[in-house]
Design a protein around this ligand. Structure first.
Ligand code: PBG
Length: 309
């Protein structure tokens, strides 16, 4: 009766990895219990999410190696894996929200989120132009929420303008506003196939874990440019950032409990050091307590099942 915080399936967003093919399930070794699914499997997961009361799924493609290039042009192909998955979901499970990641890393041969110059430096403005085209490509396919995860400056305003210009006035933008250059993304990079490709690190565009005030500046900029909601990422190591963002800005704040966090929890369980159900629910409740409107988590379906009991 005195609980200050509630956790429900409606707070959860389920990230899903897409594989080429039909009837394909590819388990991801560094993310035990998580698989890549071909589009038929993605549709099945969409139905599962809907039936569990999860409002939204987040899509990430594992682009076949032959379609990756220096400039990530496959991101702009209207028939790429991502767009086909969006269309299949909106066609077969229209009740489920579809959130799509905007960044070039699943499409580039160097594994970076943007375009690189001769020295390998990720260049901001040319990347932002490509991201605008990628966002339009996803919106045309039916994405409900565009989620730029690339951390380029100025891209939210450019994407909002382009969406309005084409009449996608109801497509939301959830900005990965405070995204840290983190050691917790390794299993995700396995899942989208970019880990072995990545040259260097992402510290020239993702944030320094030493900084909190900078996160507030990043959020302020993205909101001024037209973001509907903002994300802090990773999750648990950055609960202080979530609380500060929520205290400063009266907007929906989301957290991404990222792949390395999921892998840590599963490793603790495998080692007999923890009990899954209690640990999953406690960590997700922590995000709500810190001020989150919702959480992206690979445990979404499991948590929703627990919450339904
Ligand atoms: C890429 C992207 C990453 C994640 C989401 N989008 C990885 C990265 O920036 O290298 C990480 C998610 C996770 O670890 O679960 N733009």
């Amino acid at each position: 009766m005195h609980a200050e915080t509630v956790l429900t399936p409606a707070d959860l967003i389920w990230p899903l990895f897409i594989a080429e093919g039909d009837g394909v399930e590819e388990p991801i070794a560094s993310l035990p219990g998580v698989s890549r699914w071909s589009i038929d499997g993605i549709v099945a997961r969409g139905r599962e999410a809907r039936d569990l009361g999860i409002p939204c799924v987040a899509l990430f493609p594992n682009t076949p190696p032959g379609l990756r290039s220096d400039d990530g042009a496959e991101a702009l192909n209207p028939d790429n894996l991502m767009c086909r998955a969006i269309r299949a979901l909106k066609d077969k499970v229209p009740e489920i929200g579809v959130l799509t990641d905007v960044a070039l890393d699943p499409y580039t041969t160097h594994g970076h989120d943007g375009l690189v110059d001769a020295a390998g430096y990720v260049v901001n403005d040319r990347t932002a132009d490509a991201l605008v085209q990628q966002a339009l490509n996803q919106a045309r396919a039916g994405s409900d929420i565009i989620a730029p995860s690339d951390m380029m400056d100025g891209r939210i305003g450019l994407i909002r303008g382009a969406l309005e210009g084409e009449g996608h006035v109801n497509v939301q933008i959830m900005s990965y506003a405070a995204k840290y250059a983190s050691a917790f993304y390794g299993p995700f990079r396995d899942a989208v196939g970019s880990r072995g490709l990545l040259k260097g690190d992402k510290k020239t565009y993702q944030m320094d874990s030493a900084n909190a005030e900078e996160a507030l500046r990043e959020v302020a900029l993205d909101l001024a440019e037209g973001a509907d909601s903002v994300m802090v990422k990773p999750g648990l190591p950055y609960l202080d950032i979530i609380a500060r963002v929520k205290a400063r800005f009266e907007v929906p704040v989301f957290a991404y409990q990222v792949s390395g966090e999921y892998a840590m929890i599963e490793a603790a369980i495998a080692a007999g050091a923890a009990e899954r159900d209690a640990m999953v629910l406690e960590t997700l409740m922590a995000f709500k307590r810190a001020g989150c409107a919702g959480v992206l988590t690979y445990h979404a379906a499991h948590a929703a099942r627990l919450l339904a009991r």
